[in-house]
Design a protein around this ligand. Structure first.
Ligand code: WTA
Length: 651
């Protein structure tokens, strides 16, 4: 038996069973699917793949597993855009709304399944007319406008793979990604609206394109009407091409294992990894998890995932899951504070949103802004909430539960990764008794084990999160680099997928994610997770958000430095700062008490909202900053450096 390798300090005893009125209507209302999946996980997934998707040819083999290379639903053929669009229209649901789109300035579009199908067919023909063929890669660099899912779906219709590049990335990031994928064509827009101003996109493509020899054409959607330069023969306006294109474009039969898309994630080295997702397995797991984890009732619900489509969350749970299930979704273009800090809540009220899925980093920002903002709106349409992207601190969970969910909505805290493609650890809202801050249990059919340094399973306490068997939506590799795939995910613990996250198991078998293991601190020989200390800091009533790192310390090896953002109504007096520091000792124990607590106005985050603790370590140790290219706002770090110099040093 394995030994716990990461300390287990935080005790959270509040529990929330599913409300009876929720269970009465729940898509999954009892736990029998866990037993079904455990008895035979391949048969479990095969049944879901057949029930959830429409196949042209049924598969003959559920899984071929040649560790670490998997093939799912072998021999099956299908088309993703057919599953997302045509089959709903053929079933008479063409008039159902696929997307309510809300532009940041307040303009809107309502798009039905029939309209979306027509636009996708036209754009698929546009791609063909520009020479895109089955098997080619298309780069997409766009704001959150309807033409973004249209472009993705058009690729799937003709069997091209897309590579969506988040609209906040720089020309250098475009160059790396386009060249790695050897994309033939880029779909972009003149710009998008963010925080009331135009954020230009086409100029970034122009800056990149001299260095991307594979690109033959650029298609530009007009959104913001900023001036853009168009190169004759290479650059084309979307609306010009669409006006000429036929709306007749039969979907191509694709192999279950055909490449669906690449999505780049940055690793520890500078070169981003092109995570490969294929067709049948990905779509089956994404659609099924979307249905049961969000308790989807497609005829009644208005579902909203407030992520960006440029991240995997948007790929799986704005585009592919909801459309496969025939859901009605909201897409919002802009930032949550434009024109006011209640924009999200205004949108929930306006469309009668029933499920809201967002990130802990956003929830902590809403906490900082105060519950007065959501209280300006009627949020009673909501019946389920979700979170993804980081561990959620119990206090942030409670705030979300109380002020957004009105104490009536279950919260699904979903753990997964770009690499996993779909939810892996999550509650089922009609079945699972929730604990604030715990992602609870592995999804049916998913094998999760926490192991120690030697790869031995840990039954209680903290260790490394691993996955013990293949799953349908798993990455199939890293584009062009099978060795790096094996090395990154399958070598640390032989025979297991290593996610890079710490995790602990409590006495009831609940899973608690502890953050990236690279961030784990070593204080006097105790391995302390950043997540637990951060949760103890956020537990103090004055703290809205916290990040902790270990800085070298002559006596303890590492000492904990806490950076905190205060809620708006609190002043950073030395007494308050000391009280916050002591609060950690009271809440989880003196070993975890930070040596220093620094009040900061903001924290360095990636563009998807994850805290970059690596940069905070550089600040804490007075080092030159490492790579800052993925940072959302570089000025934040300078500000923090100043505050850190002024902060009192405690023992
Ligand atoms: C973290 C986002 C705790 C984790 C879908 C993972 C989480 C990384 C959770 C993947 C969660 C995601 N609780 N941590 N519910 N969800 N993470 O690739 O560290 O952007 O490895 O995928 O986010 O981030 P990615």
């Amino acid at each position: 038996m394995g030994e716990p390798t990461i300390e287990d300090y935080l005790r959270e005893n509040r529990t929330f069973p599913p409300p009876p009125e929720f269970v009465a209507r729940a898509v999954v209302a009892d736990d029998s699917i866990y037993a079904e999946a455990e008895a035979d996980f391949e048969a479990f997934w095969a049944r879901r793949a057949r029930e959830t998707l429409t196949w042209y040819d049924d598969f003959h083999t559920v899984l071929e597993w040649d560790l670490p290379f998997a093939k799912w639903f072998v021999g099956g053929t299908l088309n993703v855009s057919y599953n997302c669009l045509d089959r709903h229209v053929e079933a008479g649901r063409g008039g159902k709304v696929a997307y309510y789109w809300e532009g940041e300035p307040g303009d809107t579009r309502t798009i039905t399944y029939a309209e979306l199908l027509e636009e996708v067919c036209r754009f698929a023909n546009v791609l063909k007319s520009l020479g895109v063929q089955q098997g080619d890669r298309v780069a997409i660099y766009m704001p959150m406008i309807p033409e973004l899912p249209v472009a993705m779906l058009a690729c799937t219709r003709i069997g091209a793979a897309h590579s969506v590049i988040f609209g906040g990335f720089s020309p250098d990031s475009i160059i790396d990604r386009v060249n790695d994928a050897e994309a033939k064509l880029i779909v972009t827009a003149d710009g998008g609206f963010r925080r009331g101003t135009v954020s230009a996109l086409k100029p970034n493509v122009d800056a990149a394109i001299a260095s991307t020899p594979s690109v033959e054409h650029v298609v530009v959607v007009r959104r913001t009407e900023n001036d853009v330069s168009m190169v004759e023969g290479r650059d084309h306006w979307y609306h010009d091409l669409m006006a000429e294109a036929s709306a007749d474009c039969p979907p191509v039969k694709m192999d279950s294992e055909a490449l669906l898309y690449l999505l780049y994630t940055s690793g520890t080295t500078a070169k981003p990894k092109g995570i490969m997702h294929t067709t049948g397995g990905y779509l089956a797991q994404v659609a099924y998890t979307h249905k049961v984890v969000f308790d989807l009732h497609p005829d009644d619900d208005v579902y909203w995932c407030a992520a960006d489509i440029g991240w995997v969350t948007g790929h799986s749970y704005i585009v592919y899951g909801p459309l496969t299930n025939g859901a009605t979704s909201v897409i919002y273009e802009g930032t949550p504070d434009t024109p006011g800090r209640d924009r999200l809540w205004a949108i929930v009220e306006k469309y009668g949103v029933t499920q809201l899925y967002t990130a802990p980093t956003a929830i902590r920002m809403f906490m900082k802004w105060g519950h007065e903002e959501p209280e300006k709106h009627d949020l009673s349409s909501l019946r389920l909430l979700g979170t993804v992207g980081e561990p959620i601190n119990p206090e942030a969970w409670m705030w979300y539960y109380r002020y957004i969910g009105g104490e009536r909505c279950p919260i699904v805290d979903t753990w997964w990764q770009t690499e996993t493609g779909a939810h892996m650890i999550t509650p089922l809202p009609g079945v699972t008794t929730l604990k604030p801050g715990s992602a609870t249990f592995a999804f049916p059919g998913i094998g999760v084990e926490v192991v120690d340094d030697h790869g031995r399973p840990v039954e209680r306490g903290g260790g490394y999160l691993t996955l013990t068997r293949p799953w349908p939506a798993m990455l199939r590799g890293i584009w062009g680099d099978p060795d790096r795939y094996r090395e990154t995910y399958w070598s640390r613990f032989p025979g297991r997928y290593f996610a890079g996250d710490g995790c602990k198991i409590d006495d009831d078998g609940y899973l608690w994610l502890l953050g990236r293991v690279d961030d784990v601190m070593n204080v006097s020989g105790h391995r302390v997770s950043t997540t637990e200390v951060e949760s103890a800091l956020v537990d103090h009533e004055a703290v809205a958000e916290a990040a902790v790192v270990g800085a070298s310390d002559p006596t303890t090896g590492q000492a904990i430095i806490g950076y905190v953002i205060l809620k708006q109504r609190f002043e950073p007096t030395p007494e308050l700062v000391e009280e916050i520091r002591q609060h950690v000792a009271v809440k989880i124990g003196p070993t975890a008490r930070p040596r220093t607590v620094v009040v900061v106005p903001d924290l360095p985050k990636t563009r998807s909202g994850k805290i970059m603790r690596r940069l905070l370590r550089d600040v804490a140790e007075g080092r030159q900053l490492g790579d800052t290219t993925t940072l959302a706002d570089a000025s934040v770090v300078e500000e923090i450096r100043q505050r850190a110099l002024e902060a009192p040093q405690e023992d």
